[in-house]
Design a binder for this molecule. Structure first.
Ligand code: GDP
Length: 298
């Protein structure tokens, strides 16, 4: 849906309508490759990934004269090649409940994403329970309740400042008793005190494992695509705090260039389970590598 709104990379490199100028041919030489590199870096792809992409583009083609659409196609194919292995919906298991721990910094879109996911699973006939594990922020709990109401999914809460692990344990007990398919547990995103957060997350995991040694079955890291390269640091940080199994990239409807997704895929190879494309309940889409590559390149 964002395709028409964002200027594609090729448009920026060759000017408006560049991709519609099939007669214009460019030599794939050092100058051309350098311009491409700069373009990819400016789109948040990061230096390493940008270099890898342009090197792959040049392989076997260096010095050739290519039309703009050919260059575009080449770039698009390289991007899609990196993205294809990570485009995976959240795997669903027969385990009841499948426990999904949701982590990420405040403001990344955790609450919204939980609401959207709950709505999708509910629509698919799943029995979903949400635990409002960010007990330090009363506003976060209220907001999650709003989303739960919208999705028609119960949200378990605890008084402000109470132990999130104890809430998670209660939620596990409830979800098991009800035979729920999915339990989504929100968590705090206070990176200011990493040690605290690490202990808090570890305790949640320890406690839910008393009920199911395999839990959590997924640990979703929610990342705001508009933070650009900062998203890479967040992955590194959260991998130290929790056993991250997959990503949701939010705010791809905005001004985010999206190149950071390529850097993330290239560097970490973590599955991208879904992308946030707006603030409404239905604004969560599966990640489509071809569409993404075409939109980024276009
Ligand atoms: P949390 O602090 O991580 O729980 O973040 P929230 O879920 O409260 O989201 C923070 C802000 O980002 C809110 O204003 C959301 O409406 C907005 N938001 C979340 N996901 C998206 C998205 O995919 N697109 C857009 N445009 N805004 C989003």
């Amino acid at each position: 849906p964002s395709e028409s709104r964002k200027p594609g990379l090729m448009g920026r490199l060759f000017g408006r309508g560049g991709s519609e100028a099939p007669v214009m041919r460019r030599t794939l030489d050092d100058d051309m490759l350098e311009s491409l590199e700069e373009l990819l870096i400016s789109a948040d792809m990061g230096v390493d990934t940008a270099l890898r992409v342009t090197a792959n583009m040049a392989e076997g083609r260096y010095g050739r004269k290519l039309s703009v659409p050919e260059i575009k196609e080449l770039l698009s194919r390289e991007v899609a090649r990196i993205m294809e292995p990570v485009a995976k919906p959240l795997p669903l298991y027969p385990t009841k409940p499948q426990v999904v721990l949701v982590v990420g910094v405040n403001g990344s879109g955790k609450t919204t994403t939980i609401g959207k996911l709950a709505s999708q699973f509910k629509a698919a006939g799943k029995h979903v329970v949400i635990a409002a594990g960010d007990t330090f922020r009363a506003a976060a709990v209220e907001q999650l309740q709003v989303w739960g109401d919208r999705a028609g999914v119960p949200v378990l809460t605890a008084p402000e400042g109470s132990d999130p692990a104890s809430l998670a344990f209660d939620a596990m007990t409830k979800a098991q008793a009800e035979g729920a398919d999915l339990l989504m547990i929100d968590t705090a995103g206070r990176l200011q005190n990493r040690q605290d957060l690490m202990e808090e997350l570890a305790k949640i995991v320890r406690v839910i494992r008393k009920k199911d040694p395999e839990a959590p079955h997924n640990t979703l890291l929610v990342l705001d695509a508009t933070t650009g390269q900062n998203a890479l640091n967040q992955v590194e940080t959260f991998q130290k705090l929790a056993d991250v199994t997959g990503l949701v990239m939010t705010k791809l409807d905005g001004t985010a260039k999206g190149g950071v997704l390529v850097a993330l895929a290239d560097k970490f190879g973590l599955p991208i389970h879904a992308i946030g494309v707006g603030e409404q309940i239905d604004d969560l889409a599966p990640f489509d590598p071809e569409e993404f590559a075409a939109a980024l390149t276009g």
